[in-house]
Structures are given as C-alpha cells and as structure tokens.
Design a binder for this molecule. Structure first.
Ligand SMILES: C[S@@+](CC[C@H](N)C(=O)[O-])C[C@H]1O[C@@H](n2cnc3c(N)ncnc32)[C@H](O)[C@@H]1O
Length: 346
C-alpha cells in the first residue's frame, strides 16, 4: 500500500529555512528520548542527541520505531578528515552492522537516505567503486530496496586531487555526491507534493500558449494536458537543487560553503572547531518533508553538527542523533539556541 504524507500542494523553497512554520508552544506527547535508557547529551523540544558510538544507540532503539534515517557517514576518503575515515577495502564490513540496525528500526514504510561521496583510488587517476559496492550490499545483503538514486550537485566542492585536476589537468572537478534513497519495502511513505518546485519559465510559457497533442521521437505521447500548472508547483527531479538556473533536471544543486550562517558565526565567536563536513540544511529538509509528517521520528546516527536534528526540529518532527565527537555536538547545540528562527532548548 502506498501511503502519502500530505496532499497539500505547496512549492518548496529549499534554501529558505526561515520559511518553516514556528514550532507550537506544546511539546509532542512522548519525547523520543523515552525510547531508550541512555542519557542524552542534550535535548530540545522535539529531540535528543547522544554522545558515543551510534551502533550502541541503534541497538538500544525498539524495532520499527524510526520513520526516516537521514545521514551522511564518514566517506572512504584517501585524505582523511579529522574524525577519521574507514579505508575503501574495509568500508562495507564497517558499515553493514549499522545498516542491519537501521533496517531493523525502520517500519515497513520507512526510508533510509544515505548521502555518500565518491573517492579516487590511491596513486592513480581512477575512481573507486566502494560506494556502488555498498549500495549493492545494502540491497542484496541487508534487504533494502533502492527507492531512487538522487544526486546532490555541490558547485563549491574543491578541485581535488590537485595532482590530477589542477596540476596535470587530466581530470575534471567532481561536483556531485550520491544520495541513495533506500526503503524497507517497495512502498515507503512519500509525497512529492510536499517538495514541489516553482514552475519554470518554459512551463509557464507553454501553459500560456497551449499545447497540441504530439508524439515525441522517443515515442512518448505529449498530451494537451501536459502543460497544466494546476498542481501548485512542478515535480522536483532526482537532482535536488535549491534554485532553477538551467542545471540539468536530475541534479540537486546546493552549495555547501556557508561561511556566514548562525552556526559558523557562533563557532568562530566561541573559538570552537567548525565541523569539516557538514551537509547543507536543504538536503535533510527536502527528504524530511517528502518522507515524513509532523511528529514522525527522524534519526541521524552520524550527526556531526546536528544539521538533520535542527531541520527536523523546525519541521516539527521528532529526532534522535548520535555523534562520536563531543566537540561537534557542543557546537551543534548553537543551532538550537533561542533566536528568531531557532526553537528554544530545554
Ligand atoms: C560526514 S560527518 C556528518 C556531518 C553532518 N551531516 C553535518 O551536517 O554536520 C560524519 C560524522 O560521523 C561521526 N561518526 C563516525 N563514526 C561514528 C560512530 N560510530 N558513531 C557516531 N558518530 C560517528 C564523525 O565524528 C562525523 O562527525
């Protein structure tokens, strides 16, 4: 059975977090921290963050209790981040215990959205297949279904490895990250009506001009109703983008170089290390809106600076987060401080 989240057609402005409705004064009836006995590092109105190994956090959660797992684990990078990265040859072995638990904690209509980046093989200008092998293992060994493969186009990614890209000039910039949308059953709860985009100028022009029924060379029949714009917005493509500027249709275009957001400014002011691998809030916002409804539970087991939790809070979803490095959680709390667009901590 296909279950839909909501049928309210509303184009999404994925850049604008101030567009979130204000959280109500009341808390959800049961706080998600009541699902486990572990003591949270901190809690907000809708969620809790836990310091430590998230495998333990996952094991402590009841089966079927999480509607969406939205996360970005450490990638198998050749140049390691400060928090450490698994090697390519050990990556699947390292990740599968997490994946087994993620599968268990999802209900049948739950989703697992995994953001993962590609990587070069050591010493050669060739790309690793580790993330594709992981995808195959998640489906073949764990039992996930691939609901859709999505792409995050990040024009701000660095032109690396320098040797191949900027010195020898034999490779081009890698500006895309993969977003595997996996599901426990073939019919996860989802509604693209919650993430509609503004109609493009072309679509609006077609609508004004009207369209005659025609058959494309590909064989697709274009009906006169093709250009109807009464759905409230255009269906987004699997390249999630935050604005329309002629980027090919299947790209999610979001820069990730925010140097002036509240989180970054507070980290700088307090002399706390800025997390080195945050994803843009638009990424979890897109999937949380499409795949959950208010009060559903969202989990990020590799939470970093708590981007997913902060977005879930603003969208009035319950959330849980796990992170191994205390400094990242400490700074992540900045995202929850009382302010114009931030909900209050308790
Ligand atoms: C790519 S970062 C996630 C960044 C996050 N999406 C954000 O926007 O800030 C991956 C994070 O996973 C954390 N991590 C790695 N292994 C972990 C584990 N076993 N349990 C909990 N956190 C872990 C790392 O410390 C790192 O902060």
């Amino acid at each position: 059975m296909v279950t839909s989240v909501s049928t309210k057609p509303q184009p999404a402005n994925l850049d604008d977090l101030s567009g979130f409705e204000e959280s109500p004064a009341t808390s959800p009836s049961t706080h998600p921290s009541s699902l486990i006995t572990q003591v949270p590092y901190f809690s907000s109105r809708y969620g809790s963050a836990y310091l430590g190994d998230s495998l333990e956090l996952l094991r402590a959660l009841p089966s079927g209790s999480v509607n969406l797992v939205m996360t970005s684990p450490p990638y198998a990078l050749h140049f390691k981040k400060a928090y450490g990265n698994e090697t390519k040859d050990r990556y699947i072995e390292w990740f599968l215990p997490f994946a087994r638990e993620i599968f268990r904690v999802l209900p049948d209509d739950g989703s697992f959205v995994l953001n993962i980046g590609g990587s070069y093989n050591k010493g050669t200008p060739t790309r690793s297949l580790y993330h594709f092998k992981l995808l195959i293992a998640l489906v073949d060994e764990i039992g996930f279904h691939l609901a859709q493969e999505c792409f995050w186009y990040n024009p701000a990614k660095m032109p690396v490895p320098a040797e191949w890209v900027t010195v020898r000039r034999i490779r081009i910039r890698d500006s895309v990250e993969y977003v595997w949308w996996l599901s426990k059953s073939p019919h996860p709860k989802a509604s693209n009506l919650n993430v509609l985009r503004e109609y493009s100028e072309d679509m609006l022009r077609l609508n004004r001009r009207g369209l005659r029924e025609t058959v494309r060379p590909s064989g697709h029949v274009i009906r006169a109703s093709f250009n109807k714009i009464d759905a409230g917005g255009a269906i987004p493509s699997n390249v999630v983008e935050s604005d329309w500027d002629g980027i090919p249709e299947s790209m999610m275009k979001m820069g990730n170089n925010s140097a002036n957001d509240d989180y970054t400014m507070r980290c700088k002011a307090e002399g706390i290390k800025i997390h080195p691998a945050r994803f843009p809030a638009t990424l979890p916002k897109f999937f949380i809106k499409m795949l959950t409804e208010p009060n559903d539970l969202v989990l990020d087991p590799f939470a970093g600076s708590l981007t997913t939790g902060a977005v879930a809070e603003k969208l009035e979803r319950q959330w849980l987060a796990g992170e191994a490095v205390e400094e990242y959680l400490k700074a992540g709390i900045f995202r929850f401080e009382e302010g114009e667009s931030n909900p209050k901590l308790f």
